[in-house]
Write a protein that binds this ligand. Structure first.
Ligand code: SF4
Length: 839
């Protein structure tokens, strides 16, 4: 006993295959069917040719224009409508009523006029080249099958699962004698399905409730046949990511599922461009041109390029240090990482045919080591297959495109990847999450329909702006009028209410920043009883809260005796600001990533001022010489010191015009600053510079620190001034006060100095202010014992390994500290206080 397997195809696939059969039978007269991307390229060319002077995104507009073209053919205007009179110079095609191409009907607006001119040029191209688009197939097939005899080509055709059949399709199927399958509605024995409604706070709440409902259903199911649950979410694409997280959390609280064993499947998968493997491939290809450094970091860290994670991180750091704004295969360190790819890319011509680019991209990625050396998962293998298909699609553009630039080819490939949805996974999962348009004809044991608020269901009428409104309404095109939306929504709702024996309809009380009412279709439905919340991973963690125990702070790890300590006076400044910061920076060597701005960072600009002052005083040596120097010689000295100081820092960066401009600006700023500062120095008592950025080692309560005092001057009476240059605008002697001083450097120098000190001072050399801010004489003498105690305490704490997260109250060091991801201070501050006030 045998019978034929039914030949079941989606609509578009049937059309494509049938046209292919026509082409095999009569290749000479059968126009070539364009692929979606070939057709879009045709529209792009027409749009770019006619609207050069208008700001318009041709790629996005091409999609909209192609949709208008599809609507025109799918929903032809009813014959005999004189208001849309016909006059076209183009010959008739496929028996399609050409009167829609009448210019007068398209005079309605700037959009319809523009579309008409694009359409004219696309039609001419299609006629001239003997091409055909998918939109025209119903008409072309009707003509072709009528001529050849439908029975020769087709067996009995049955249409099933359509919510709505477009006019053009209907006429074709009628000509072929197709029959429409009766809709197999599911009803309870009593013939009445159980339909309830649920009110949720927002869309995320709806998804959560739907997931909870699905979990209860799955847990309660005991039948032998697998359960099939449907979750319909209108506009699923925009909430698919939240949906995935919510359903994972509720259906898989232990996250213990294996690939392919998830209890749910989301039909609206990510686009090919969003898949990690493809995103890495596209970014890597963009290295032929350039990639912003932040984005390029994804390449170095991608598991699909076989880059060792440590090596990748080092490359990122290196590019930051070199202040490389855009990574490309021309940057030396990137070239070293991808030697073969760089060598190959260097030989590429500027323009090639799409099929040649397709081969080049494949080759370059192979040379870059993509898709890596590890074994790919089944899902990754499917993604890889989709990528190969995409490259074939690119190659097929040869038909419609002569040659394109490499930047253009990559951008086109990116757009194509963005417009390609990854093949759906998990068709056998018990919970199917899908958009409302995909639900047609589906049958479930139970169904949840979300998003049914009054503003969304029935949908708002949204006529196509490229087509005359009268034409759309006369032809009954989708979304052309409110009446049509209401009757469409009523029909689909009726079908959905019969596609399962139990149905829940939910709506969000808040959506699109507005309060929402339920859709009129839900008005009379009873409310769904509230479901108990099942365990989720999060709830499980928090349910353990009473069992959490307090743990004492980690034991301190003292610095082993005799360990040389790098970091100079920053060690004490950091210990004073926050013990954790001192430990992390000076013992764990944590440091923030460099920012790759053009020019110098604030820190580097301060260092340039320090360097310029060091160079100046190396030349001048004494205040007397400063005063005696002729003005023009002093000017030339200032200029040369500023230039040499800047040169040391700027030369570390990649040269660019922006950098040249920055250097000129910085040079003049520096000269002004030095000039003003030397005026302050001239007003001081007579002095000789005896130390200028000299390195030395000091012992602070057993902590040996290598320090570099900015300057020590000797006055005529044999006493000394210790000077610390400051380039920030907020500088005050208060920074030396308290048990946790903001700037303990000068207190350290003063208390460990081997020469008699009569003054300590900040030399403030900032654009906003130049000033001498110090303490001297008896004020200083009285202060020294307190400073000695503070320095000893800070040094002792560091030596003992005191490392708790305890930032100073004022000024708060956290605002300028980049370690918050390591110390988790933000999370600590958010912890609620316990009953006794403890955190
Ligand atoms: S962010 Fe604040 S608490 Fe964290 S290490 Fe820095 S200063 Fe300390």
């Amino acid at each position: 006993m045998v019978w034929d397997s039914p030949d079941i195809l989606p609509r578009d696939a049937w059309f494509r295959r049938t046209w292919q059969e026509c082409a095999w039978q009569d290749p000479a007269t059968t126009p070539v069917l364009l692929t979606r991307w070939q057709e879009l390229t045709l529209w792009e060319a027409a749009i770019e040719a006619t609207t050069r002077d208008v700001l318009l995104n041709a790629h996005a507009t091409a999609s909209a224009a192609s949709e208008a073209w599809r609507l025109l053919h799918a929903w032809p205007k009813p014959s005999g409508d004189e208001s849309l009179a016909f006059d076209t110079s183009l010959s008739d095609r496929f028996g399609f009523d050409q009167s829609v191409f009448d210019q007068s009907g398209f005079d309605q607006s700037v959009y319809t006029r523009a579309f008409f001119s694009w359409m004219r040029s696309v039609r001419e191209e299609l006629h001239g080249r003997r091409w055909i688009t998918m939109a025209e197939l119903p008409w072309a097939l009707r003509e072709r099958l009528a001529a050849s005899g439908a029975a020769d080509m087709q067996g009995q055709i049955t249409l099933a699962g359509f919510d709505e059949i477009a006019t053009a399709d209907r006429r074709l199927f009628e000509a072929l004698g197709a029959r429409e399958a009766a809709s197999h509605s599911r009803t309870t024995r009593s013939g009445v399905n159980h339909v309830t409604r649920a009110v949720c706070h927002d869309t995320a709440g709806e998804l959560t409730q739907a997931a909870v409902w699905a979990r209860h259903k799955l847990e309660a199911h005991s039948g032998a046949a697998p359960l099939r649950l449907g979750i319909i979410v209108p506009g699923l694409g925009s909430v698919a990511t939240i949906g995935e997280r919510v359903f994972d959390d509720i259906l898989h609280p232990t996250q213990g599922f294996k690939e392919g064993q998830r209890a749910f499947a989301i039909s609206e998968g990510e686009s090919l461009a969003e898949a990690q493997m493809i995103a890495a491939a596209l970014l890597t290809l963009r290295l032929i041109e350039k990639v912003p450094r932040e984005e390029a970091a994804m390449i170095w860290r991608s598991p699909f390029l076989g880059v060792d994670p440590g090596e990748g991180a080092r490359l990122d750091i290196e590019l930051r240090r070199q202040k490389v704004e855009s990574a490309s295969l021309r940057v030396e360190s990137v070239k070293r990482r991808f030697p073969e790819m760089s060598a190959d890319a260097a030989t590429l011509p500027a323009r090639l045919r799409p099929s040649q680019w397709s081969a080049v991209f494949s080759r370059l990625l192979r040379l870059a080591g993509w898709p890596g050396t590890r074994t790919l998962s089944p899902a990754e293998n499917r993604t890889l297959e989709s990528w190969k298909d995409l490259l074939s699609e690119l190659a097929r553009l040869d038909v419609v495109l002569p040659s394109i630039s490499r930047g253009g080819a990559i951008a086109r490939l990116e757009r194509m990847a963005g417009g390609t949805r990854l093949a759906r996974d998990g068709e056998n999962a018990p919970v199917q999450i899908l958009d409302i348009e995909e639900a047609a004809g589906s049958r479930y044991d139970a169904l949840w329909i979300a998003g049914l608020h009054a503003g969304a269901w029935p949908q708002r009428a949204q006529p196509n702006s490229f087509l005359p409104l009268a034409l759309q309404r006369a032809a009954g095109m989708p979304h052309s009028s409110p009446e049509r939306e209401v009757s469409y929504a009523a029909r689909v709702t009726e079908l959905l209410f019969h596609s399962a024996t139990e149905i829940v309809c939910s709506f969000p009380a808040h959506a699109a920043d507005e309060e929402q009412r339920p859709s009129p279709f839900l008005a009379a439905l009873p409310l769904l009883p509230e479901l108990p919340r099942p365990d989720t991973a999060m709830r499980r963690v928090f349910s353990l809260a009473p069992a959490l125990e307090a743990r004492p702070a980690e034991e301190q790890v003292p610095l082993p005796a005799g360990t040389p300590q790098r970091g100079g006076t920053r060690v004490l400044a950091d210990q004073s600001a926050c013990p954790f910061r001192a430990f992390a920076v000076h013992r764990l060597r944590a440091r923030e990533m460099d920012e790759a701005d053009v020019g110098l960072s604030a820190l580097e600009r301060g260092s340039v001022v320090h360097k310029a002052l060091e160079l100046l005083w190396r030349e001048l040596q004494t205040q007397a010489r400063l005063k005696a120097l002729p003005p023009e010689e002093l000017e030339s000295l200032i200029r040369s010191c500023a230039d040499r100081a800047l040169g040391q820092f700027v030369s570390r960066q990649e040269s660019s015009r922006a950098l040249d401009r920055f250097r000129k600006l910085e040079q003049s700023r520096l000269e002004v600053l030095l000039r003003k500062w030397l005026e302050v120095e001239s007003d001081r008592p007579n002095f000789v510079v005896i130390q200028n950025e000299n390195a030395q080692t000091v012992d602070a309560a057993g902590l040996k620190l290598d320090i570099r005092v900015d300057r020590i001057d000797r006055y005529n009476d044999g006493t000394h001034a210790i000077i610390d240059y400051k380039t920030s605008k907020d500088v005050s002697t208060n920074m030396w006060q308290g048990e946790r001083p903001e700037a303990p450097q000068l207190p350290l120098y003063a208390t460990t100095s081997v020469v008699p000190v009569s003054e300590v001072a900040f030399a403030q050399v900032a654009t906003t202010s130049v000033a001498w801010k110090g303490l001297h004489g008896s004020d200083l003498r009285e202060q020294l014992p307190a400073w000695d105690a503070v320095v000893r305490k800070l040094a002792g704490d560091f030596l003992n390994g005191r490392a708790e997260v305890d930032p100073r109250q004022k000024p708060d060091p956290c605002s300028l500290c980049k370690l918050s991801a390591l110390c988790r201070v933000t999370e600590l501050r958010k912890l609620p206080a316990g009953e006794d006030g403890d955190e």
